[in-house]
Every structure is written in structure tokens, then in C-alpha cells.
Design a protein around this ligand. Structure first.
Ligand SMILES: O=C(O)C(=O)C[C@]1(C(=O)O)C=C[C@@H](O)C=C1
Length: 116
């Protein structure tokens, strides 16, 4: 008999159509946790980016992105690298476009994105 789900990833073959349903429930739970974590990551990333922009720095820092890419590649291989590129893109790209016009210093509350 298959062990009860604890929320941890298992590769137990529960067998038959019922087993597929059980495994899908686990995937659904994991997907929802992954989505929550990615949204939290984006909020924190936006906060860092806004702080940097607020002190006259650039939105992005290539050396830091290399650290992130290395982490995913070492843990997950070449596809981890692709995943990290998408995550970094998501965390950068979703920042609302600055409302301030050229010459204006104001960063709006919207620029900061939702708080983490
Ligand atoms: O760590 C930072 O300095 C960030 O701004 C966060 C982050 C990231 O999402 O990991 C986002 C943009 C930067 O180019 C580098 C990394």
C-alpha cells in the first residue's frame, strides 16, 4: 500500500486510474506551492530592484543573475539553467512600467509592486 502523501515528492507508483488521481492531487498541491513561491520571489526581487533604482543604480545586476543561474544549473542540469532564465525574466519583466516621465524623479507606489 502506498504511503499517505505528506506533501513531499514521492515517486510511488500507486497503480491504476485511482493512482493517477492521487498523483495528480499531489501535483496540483505542488503546483500551487510553486506558484506561491514564485510570486513571493517576484515581490522580493521587485523590492530589491526598486531600492537599487531609488539609489541611482541599475534595475538588473548581471553578476547576481549568474549566481542564480549557476545555482539552478548545478541542482537541475542544463534545463535548470533554462528554468532560471525564465524565473529571472518573470521577476524582472513583471515590474510595472515606470509612470514617471524623463526628468522626473518620482517612483510611484505601484512601481514597488505588491509587498512580500
Ligand atoms: O539580487 C538582486 O540584486 C536582484 O535584483 C534580484 C534579481 C533576482 O530576481 O534574482 C533580479 C534582478 C537582478 O538582475 C538580479 C537578481
Amino acid at each position: 500500500m502506498a504511503p499517505q502523501s505528506t506533501g513531499e515528492i514521492q515517486d510511488v507508483d500507486t497503480g491504476g486510474p485511482d493512482g493517477i488521481d492521487v498523483d495528480r492531487e499531489e501535483i496540483d498541491l505542488l503546483d500551487s506551492q510553486i506558484i506561491d513561491i514564485i510570486q513571493r520571489r517576484r515581490r522580493i526581487s521587485h523590492r530589491i530592484q526598486q531600492r537599487r533604482l531609488g539609489s541611482g543604480g541599475p534595475r538588473t545586476v548581471l553578476s547576481r543573475e549568474m549566481v542564480v543561474l549557476d545555482r539552478y544549473r548545478e541542482a537541475l542540469g542544463a534545463e535548470g539553467n533554462t528554468l532560471a532564465i525564465d524565473i529571472l525574466h518573470f521577476c524582472r519583466g513583471a515590474a510595472p512600467a515606470p509612470k514617471a516621465t524623463v526628468g522626473s524623479s518620482a517612483a510611484t507606489a505601484d512601481d514597488a509592486g505588491p509587498s512580500a
